[in-house]
Write a protein that binds this ligand. Structure first.
Ligand SMILES: Nc1ncnc2c1ncn2[C@@H]1O[C@H](COP(=O)(O)OP(=O)(O)OP(=O)(O)O)[C@@H](O)[C@H]1O
Length: 268
């Protein structure tokens, strides 16, 4: 059964979740849970093994649920585990334990667009990922046009990649993921190398792409509280754990009050 089709048709459906065994990379489906979420984690953990053979926990007991068709943000202090969690959601790392469900296809957009935008022109780059599907040229042209339109880059179709700004390259990378009709878009601190105009442009491009899509869900890692105004919801992490998830204003208030009490503490 195609999970995405079911989500569009009904409210509460069953998705297979995966039980992850700590000893290896094999995922064995052992449980099902009723959910309409695009992303669902239960008690997810991730450890790394040191040279001495000890396991160091990076993520502990992380549980979260992100509804389909929404734009969410993942926040927390440096080193709390945001990128690690995002990589697990993107299938780039295997968790050590817990339950995980992520709708597919899913795409990961990296912090540095030069690692992802590889073709000579904008058009060729956005079409690049479609090469793996057997798709008619008309369909490729139409998907590339729609994806570039969604990120406000349609007029750059024939532009050589090396003439683009950092923010424009980020948008081309996002368009590549949208052209492949990804259901989940995972974006790792895209705005950290951009100037203020580009930061706002990229976050708005993701917000409008999600809003105009048929059920694409985006999770955006950021340090910038001001970006929360574009989000439907957010997750706050500390020390490898999910501390809170909720609507964007709840998370903003929570982080601001933490910051205020920290400042009060160091000034006292
Ligand atoms: N392979 C690894 N070996 C050892 N430690 C690791 C490894 N991968 C991640 N870590 C540690 O796990 C913690 C979480 O890292 P991660 O990059 O996920 O944090 P982050 O919240 O994304 O940080 P930042 O906001 O600074 O980018 C850090 O302390 C990091 O040093």
């Amino acid at each position: 059964m195609n999970a995405t089709t079911v989500v569009r048709a009904t409210a509460a459906v069953q998705f297979p979740l995966h039980r992850v065994h700590s000893s290896g990379d094999n995922y064995t489906a052992t449980a099902t849970v009723a959910t309409t979420s695009a992303i669902e984690c239960r008690n997810l953990s991730y450890s790394v093994r040191t040279r001495q053979g000890n396991f160091v926990p990076i993520l502990t007991d992380c549980s979260l649920s992100i509804p389909s068709g929404q734009f969410w943000m993942l926040l927390g202090p440096n080193g709390c585990g945001k990128s690690t969690l995002l990589k697990i959601l993107g299938g780039l790392l295997n968790p050590s334990g817990g339950y995980l469900h992520v709708k597919k296809p899913r795409s990961f957009v990296f912090q540095n667009p030069d690692h992802q935008v590889v073709m000579p022109t904008v058009e060729a780059d956005v079409a690049f990922g479609l090469g793996k599907f057997s798709m008619a040229n008309d369909e490729i042209t139409s998907r590339v046009a729609k994806a570039l339109d969604a990120v406000g880059m349609h007029e750059y179709l024939q532009r050589p990649i090396q003439t683009l700004s950092g923010g424009q390259k980020q948008r081309v990378a996002i368009a590549g993921a949208l052209a492949e009709a990804c259901k989940v878009l995972l974006l790792d601190e895209l705005t950290s190398f951009l100037d203020e105009d580009d930061q706002v442009g990229v976050v708005r491009a993701v917000q409008s792409s999600v809003a105009s899509s048929k059920g694409t869900t985006a999770l955006w890692v950021t340090h910038r509280l001001e970006e929360l105004e574009y989000a439907d919801g957010a997750i706050y992490m500390e020390d490898g754990k999910v501390v809170l998830q909720g609507n964007a204003s709840t998370i903003k208030n929570f982080v601001e009050s933490k910051q205020a009490s920290y400042i009060k503490q160091i000034n006292s």
